[in-house]
Write a protein that binds this ligand. Structure first.
Ligand SMILES: [Zn+2]
Length: 244
């Protein structure tokens, strides 16, 4: 597949504020610079993202508000103008029919040709990171919304009278998989990716994250002839005319 392919309209769907910046920020910044319109969907607002012993449940709405601001700042840096917060509870996400329907509605509303998402099969990364259950739930609900729900007229038929006609997503970009078939060269947008991630000051140490992200992107690039890369398993659900 041609690495230089640029979608026209992309929906990036993730569980928490900062997931997008860790995983696909370089790709989104690159596509935004090339004129792609990007919609960022954040399913929870990260309201459980603190282990400060002085805090209890009353801190959750305050943290959610803070993290939404951080996400908006990160999105502005990446060139993303549209952000949707669904405000599900952080740490309790399930791939429910309710969530699938909400994502289906958004896909039908914004009509992305491409959707970016995590890996619904991702459990173990290396020997030290057990994947967050919310990441899997978000990815599963998204994949199931992309197909078959978004394009099938009579699934969630009550969306029709509300004006949400079926929409077919052409490509699905899945990150966090060892089955990648596409590498995006993010050398030019590596700094932007780091700067966007550094907006999430409630979650990360801005001084440390740069080296870590560069090491990771170098590893992703492997022997592909790129300095920094993000890799994906790309599912081409509908081919365009003349496409291989
Ligand atoms: Zn996360």
């Amino acid at each position: 597949m041609n690495n230089e392919y640029v979608p026209q309209r992309v929906m990036s769907i993730h569980a928490h504020p900062d997931d997008q910046e860790f995983s696909v920020g370089g790709t989104l910044a690159k596509w935004a610079q090339a004129g792609c319109e990007i919609i960022s969907v954040v399913i929870t607002s990260g309201d459980s993202g603190s282990n400060d012993p002085s805090k209890d449940g009353s801190y959750k709405p305050i943290l959610a508000e803070l993290r939404e601001k951080e996400q908006l700042a990160a999105n502005a840096m990446l060139g993303i103008k549209e952000t949707v917060f669904l405000r599900y509870p952080d740490g309790e996400l399930q791939p429910t029919i309710e969530l699938r329907k909400e994502l289906t509605r958004l896909i039908r509303q914004f009509k992305p040709d491409t959707v970016l998402v995590g890996n619904p099969e991702g459990w173990f990364y290396g020997d030290e990171y057990l994947n967050h259950a919310d990441h899997r739930a978000a990815a599963q609900a998204t994949c199931e919304a992309v197909f078959p729900s978004a394009g099938s007229r009579l699934i969630f038929a009550d969306l029709l009278p509300a004006g949400y006609e079926p929409h077919d997503v052409r490509r699905l970009y899945i990150h966090g998989t060892d089955k990648s078939n596409t590498w995006i060269d993010i050398t030019e947008t590596m700094d932007l990716k780091i700067n966007a991630l550094q907006q999430h000051v409630s979650q990360i140490n801005p001084d440390e994250v740069g080296k870590w992200m560069r090491d990771w992107a170098t590893e992703e690039a492997g022997d592909k002839g790129m300095k920094y890369a993000e890799s994906y398993k790309v599912m081409t659900l509908i081919r365009e005319k003349g496409e291989d």
